[in-house]
Design a protein around this ligand. Structure first.
Ligand code: DX5
Ligand code: ZN
Length: 225
């Protein structure tokens, strides 16, 4: 099973975005946190900035929408050609319809769960998604502490993936470091977002490599994704 390391540019220098995108060219995808100061109490950027990020990024975009009105806005990011578009389960009543629309527009469709959101009702519709993002912090800010209490969600998702053969990536986001990535990998995550632990490292490529190596060493390796 593959391991994917997706650095979050929330921890980048926003006025040196192109430089900081090139700094992570050895990573798999660039994680792009879109916040609207409504779904979360923080504000980043919208489609215009994402379009420019995509134009200069050496690696494809993994867009994480922490916004309301996803039925209106998520398709806009798919139309821009973003590789992956993840919306929050808490932000829509029609997750399956929205995921189908994103796929139709050519994007991978992801669904994200806040720490307090139960996974059970999403297990039976797992095949509708290309990615499930299990938040390991409350969404909104970088640099928070990894919440290990949510790991049973990964156990449930991994089991359902094995049972159904769904080709879905299991992503964790928030507080992912050289230490906590091992925990998430042990529980079946394969796609890892890391902001501060990558951008604040002495060597950005070195941090990406060491996260990848640790995740590989801790992966069960019994599933193909
Ligand atoms: C938090 C964002 C994360 C954030 C992670 O709401 O979704 O992607 O950038 O930052 P770190 O890795 O610093 O916890
Ligand atoms: Zn994120």
């Amino acid at each position: 099973m593959a391991v994917r390391i997706n650095p979050s540019i929330l921890a980048a220098d926003f006025v040196n975005m192109e430089r900081d995108l090139h700094a992570i060219s050895t990573a798999d995808y660039v994680h792009v946190d879109v916040m609207d100061n409504h779904f979360v109490p923080n504000l980043t950027f919208g489609p215009q900035m994402v379009e420019r990020i995509q134009a200069v990024s050496p690696i494809p975009l993994d867009v994480h929408l922490m916004i309301d009105n996803v039925d209106r806005w998520a398709p806009v990011y798919a139309e821009l050609g973003c590789f992956s578009v993840t919306f929050h389960a808490e932000a829509t009543t029609e997750p399956v319809a929205l995921a189908r629309e994103l796929r139709k527009l050519g994007a991978r469709a992801g669904i994200a769960l806040k720490p307090g959101t139960a996974v059970e009702s999403y297990l039976e519709i797992l095949e509708e998604f290309d990615q499930v993002l299990v938040m390991t912090v409350e969404p909104g800010f970088g640099g928070q502490k990894f919440i290990a209490d949510v790991m049973p969600k990964l156990t449930a998702l991994s089991a359902q993936r094995a049972k159904t053969g769904a080709n879905v990536w299991l992503q964790v986001d928030g507080g992912v470091t050289a230490e906590t990535i091992a925990i998430a990998a042990d529980f079946g995550a394969d796609t890892f977002v890391a902001g501060s632990s990558v951008y604040n490292a002495d060597s950005v490529p070195g941090a990406i490599d060491s996260l990848r190596e640790t995740a590989r060493a801790h992966q069960h390796g019994n599933l193909e994704a």
